[in-house]
Design a protein around this ligand. Structure first.
Ligand code: TRP
Length: 353
């Protein structure tokens, strides 16, 4: 039998999703969803993972579940094609995590670069919550519970998928072939891998206040784009400008489609021509930003409108999550049963001990 093609991915509900999430992962998911190449697609709102560093703020996690669900639907994730569910509503994931913990050493988790960076960012060095420390293991449970073959995520999640693969190999070698080895899918456009904040800082993040949100109104997007950090040495229009590492051009690389030139900036045929002019000098930041604003508005308007129409149907969104969580639990329970059998802890399944 051909192996089923299955997607699992997700996000922590700690805030609304922004354009970094969109180009880094959401856009790819929608593309894969609509490719018709996948038998099953699971999109998880990772509330349990969000609680690993928000244990004292459960209300924050709870409120953001619906926000993330709205962002998903706004981007074009389709509940008829993708099962959207809430992590903690699938308790099988916790049990799998507990078994996988025995296959991973403390030092291996300590070496995970994403965990390392996050511990530093949160000033957790002296007091890491054990649950937070173990979240890469729980993430391996998320992926394997659904027998995911494909995990479309942002670049920062790469170490998680590597760690998941190690757990799969270890489990299968100890207990026999049981779990499916997943493959990571990153966006192929480099600008999409790590979209900087509007302030030019390496990462878009809510705490830095440098995000453009999928739910932002047109006027807010404009204000943000017009205030974007550019090349600090490009002071007068005549000055030659730097394109590499310049957020305005990184955003254009991520969002601009060829047809936008004809529509909004017909003096240029394509992005290369625009970049060349900027590098030569004689092209002002305001002109580039106005163009970027038009591009961002064109890309984000349909998403915002779709979000607004789902906002009027919150009971339907609730139903999508409830039904999705039921479907997800069934699937995870099947895998858990295989895992218990492989581990010889399926005591009451065949009437003998
Ligand atoms: N760690 C992801 C994030 O920070 C969320 C997540 C949890 C996830 N489990 C996953 C992503 C499994 C992909 C696969 O957003």
């Amino acid at each position: 039998m051909e192996q089923k093609q299955i997607i699992l991915t997700g996000d922590r509900p700690t805030g609304k999703l922004h354009v970094g999430h969109y180009v880094g992962s959401l856009k790819e998911r929608v593309k894969l969803q609509n490719s018709g190449k996948f038998d099953e697609i699971y999109i998880m709102i990772a509330d349990a993972q969000a609680l690993t560093d928000n244990a004292e703020h459960p209300e924050k996690v709870r409120q953001n579940i619906i926000q993330v669900a709205l962002d998903y639907l706004a981007c074009g994730l389709d509940p008829d094609k993708s099962t959207i569910f809430i992590q903690s509503m699938v308790p099988e994931l916790t049990e799998l995590t507990f078994y996988y913990m025995n296959l991973v050493t403390v030092s291996r988790v300590q070496r995970n670069p994403t965990v390392k960076a996050e511990i530093k960012m949160r000033n957790f060095e002296a007091s890491i919550p054990v649950g937070f420390f173990c979240y890469p293991i729980s993430q391996a449970a998320d992926i394997t519970a659904f027998r995911a073959t494909t995990v479309p995520v942002g670049e920062d999640q790469m170490p998680m998928i590597e760690q998941c693969k190690e757990i799969v190999h270890k489990f299968n070698s100890v207990y026999g072939e049981t779990l499916t080895d997943p493959k990571i899918v990153l966006p192929d456009n480099e600008a999409c891998l790590r979209l900087p904040g509007i302030d030019g800082k390496a990462k878009m993040s809510k705490s830095l206040g440098n995000c453009i949100y999928l739910s932002d109104e047109a006027k807010d997007i404009k204000t943000k784009v017009m205030s974007m950090y550019t090349d600090p040495n490009h002071i007068r229009v005549e000055d030659p400008g730097q394109v590499d590492g310049n957020p305005v051009f990184i955003y254009l690389d991520a969002f601009c489609k060829p047809e936008y030139f004809e529509e909004f900036l017909p003096d240029y045929n394509n992005l290369d021509e625009l970049k060349d002019h900027y590098k030569r000098g004689g092209l002002g930041d305001v002109k580039v930003k106005k163009f970027l604003n038009n591009v961002m508005q064109a890309e984000l308007e349909p998403i915002r409108e779709r979000r607004k129409s789902w906002e009027k149907r919150l009971p339907d969104v609730y139903d999508i999550l409830r039904k999705g969580s039921e479907i997800a639990e069934k699937k995870a329970a099947e895998t858990l049963s295989d895992v218990r059998k492989a581990m010889q802890i399926d005591y009451f399944d065949n009437g003998t001990l």
